[in-house]
Design a protein around this ligand. Structure first.
Ligand code: HEM
Length: 86
């Protein structure tokens, strides 16, 4: 059995915009990075600044390693409804 992904609006995702509750959008996918903030090699502030937007370019510009990409599944929440993106 496969579960349908959770579909979230941009507005809903954007509410999670702080240190205690931090969600980012990368390539249409939503990640709850709250438990990762203190461990992120790029720091917590940059992840908080990456909320309330499409952070795909920010993420790609860093040239994250395959190891970083592999970690993302641990924080996956669902998909953002592309029709709701600004
Ligand atoms: C570095 C993970 C999102 C900015 C890193 C590194 C990891 C990591 C493991 C160490 C270098 C590497 O392996 O590539 C993640 C994960 C993310 C995420 C799992 C999302 C789920 C972001 C976002 C930004 C960002 C949205 C926004 C710009 C950076 C920066 C570094 C970095 C600037 C370099 C730190 C340095 O070497 O000085 N990240 N990252 N990351 N990350 Fe992220």
């Amino acid at each position: 059995m496969t579960l349908d992904p959770k579909i979230l609006s941009f507005e809903e995702v954007s509410k999670h915009n702080r240190k205690t509750d931090c969600w980012v959008i990368i390539s249409g996918k939503v990640y709850d990075v709250t438990p990762f903030l203190d461990d992120h090699p790029g720091g917590d502030e940059i992840l908080i600044l990456a909320t309330e937007k499409d952070a795909t370019e920010d993420f790609e510009d860093v040239g994250h390693s395959q190891n970083a990409i592999d970690m993302m599944k641990d924080y996956y929440v669902g998909e953002v409804d592309s029709n709701t993106m600004p």
